[in-house]
Design a protein around this ligand. Structure first.
Ligand code: RFL
Ligand code: PHB
Length: 389
């Protein structure tokens, strides 16, 4: 088989790139290791920045998002029983949208299918060949049958555990990593959200987050030990612990119910440099990971796709490779700022095992500074709604 861009990974990065390129007449094939149902069963990000909303609309898949998504003008930060709102709309005139990654992916699959886009599921043994040559190709097996795709470019959108990053030789690739000493235990429940805005809660017992997907679907997280397993936590134990970590007025209002999903995510900051090697471009989780505290995972994937999509369009429509040549530098400049913000929010709101009394006082002083200082709120708002592309 032959295509212009071979896209490895059918998560949000790969699907969005494929759909955007299709609208510009650029051909691609997406290779996905799992089934569509498996990809749609993963419960992940919930908050979309302006840049991601714009890309979804440009890809022609913004209609349901604009109809069913919830615009949020701010977020609540709490510490113990104290709480305040950082209002993005009032401070910088911007908002974010609550629309789950599952729905984003569902809309993108539907659009690719409607356009007759090629997505190959259940691929195995994916290998990228000749990425540093003028004639790259990708080999893989599907149902035991070996296959080959010749292409101009390869987009590595295969997440943190994919093969694309590993294809870049170790003497070219440099990785930066911070692993946090805790995870997030998350549940999804068919209950009304406890509050109309998200609540990011710092408490003596650890961090908690009250989020949502719609009027009757809530997403809650609590900081947990890395040695915990979801089976250690009954629904009752989860709700009890959540109530202890959020302000008492919210705890009193909280509607509990059976969980329909329960999982633990470890927290990590990770960046690989460069994000391009020859004709291979890394995008999204294949190149970088943020802890979820700043809601930046999916949104940083979107900014990579923005730069790569424009670079490829410029190349195919104008014969100019400047956008592709500048891809890694441009993408990384924005990534590092999102890494900083996610690390800052994580450090501000979690309990760390080795924290001294002084460290706790510093955390508290920083939260109180944020509560009372307009410039600090503006800095948080600008980062939370998403820095410009
Ligand atoms: P994805 O979503 O991981 O998609 C990569 C796709 O590539 C496939 N794949 C392969 N395909 C072919 N060949 C191979 N060799 C392959 N290896 C892997 C995989 O099956 C998969 O379908 O990466 P993408 O598209 O870059 O999207 C990034 C986002 O998914 C990610 O940044 C966020 O979901 C991060 N994240 C969260 N972000 C938030 O903002 N809020 C959250 O609450 C949140 N929760 C999460 C998360 C990430 C998690 N992971 C990765 C463990 C919860 C979890 C559990
Ligand atoms: C979510 O709704 O899953 C969510 C929202 C905000 C975050 C992380 C996760 O910072």
């Amino acid at each position: 088989m032959k295509t212009q861009v071979c896209i490895i990974g059918g998560g949000p990065s790969g699907l969005l790139l494929s759909q955007l390129l299709h609208r510009k007449g650029i051909d691609s094939i997406v290779l996905e290791r799992k089934t569509k149902d498996y990809v749609l069963g993963r419960i992940r990000a919930g908050i979309l920045e302006k840049g991601m909303l714009h890309l979804m609309r440009e890809a022609g898949v913004g209609e349901r998002m604009d109809r069913e998504g919830f615009v949020h003008e701010g977020t609540v930060i709490s510490y113990g029983d104290e709480q305040f709102t950082v209002n993005f709309k009032d401070t910088i005139g911007e908002t974010v949208m609550v629309y789950g990654q599952t729905e984003v992916t569902r809309d993108l699959y539907a659009a690719r299918e409607a356009a007759g886009g090629q997505i190959v599921f259940n691929v195995d043994q994916v290998v990228i060949h000749g990425a540093d040559s003028d004639a790259p190709f990708v080999t893989y097996d599907v149902d035991g049958d070996p296959q080959r795709i010749d292409c101009d470019y390869v987009a590595g959108c295969d997440g943190f555990h994919g093969v694309s990053r590993q294809t870049i030789p170790l003497d070219v690739r440099k990785e930066y990593e911070k692993v946090y000493p805790f995870g997030w235990l998350g549940i999804l429940s068919e209950t009304p959200p406890v509050h109309e805005e998200l609540i990011y809660a710092s408490s003596e017992r650890g961090f908690a987050l009250c989020s949502m997907r719609n009027d009757n679907l809530s997403r809650y997280y609590i900081q947990c030990s890395l040695s915990d397993s979801p089976d250690d936590w009954t629904d009752e134990a989860f709700w009890e612990e959540l109530k202890r970590r959020i302000p008492s007025d919210a705890a009193d209002r909280l509607v509990t119910g059976p969980s329909i999903e329960k999982s633990i995510a470890p927290l990590r900051s990770f960046v690989t440099e460069p994000m391009r090697w020859g004709r291979l471009f890394l995008c999204g989780d294949a190149a970088h990971i943020v802890p979820p505290t700043g809601a930046k995972g999916l949104n940083t994937a979107a900014s990579d796709i923005h730069y790569l999509y424009h670079g490829l369009t410029q190349f195919y429509h104008e014969g100019d490779s400047a956008g592709l040549d500048g891809y890694s530098e441009k993408a990384l400049a924005r990534i590092w700022k999102a890494e900083r913000f996610s690390w800052w929010m994580t450090s501000l709101l979690h309990r760390f095992p080795d924290q001294s009394e002084f460290d706790l006082k510093m955390q508290r002083a920083e939260i109180e500074f944020l509560r009372t200082n307009k410039a600090a709120q503006q800095a948080m708002a600008e980062n939370y709604v998403g820095l410009p592309y």
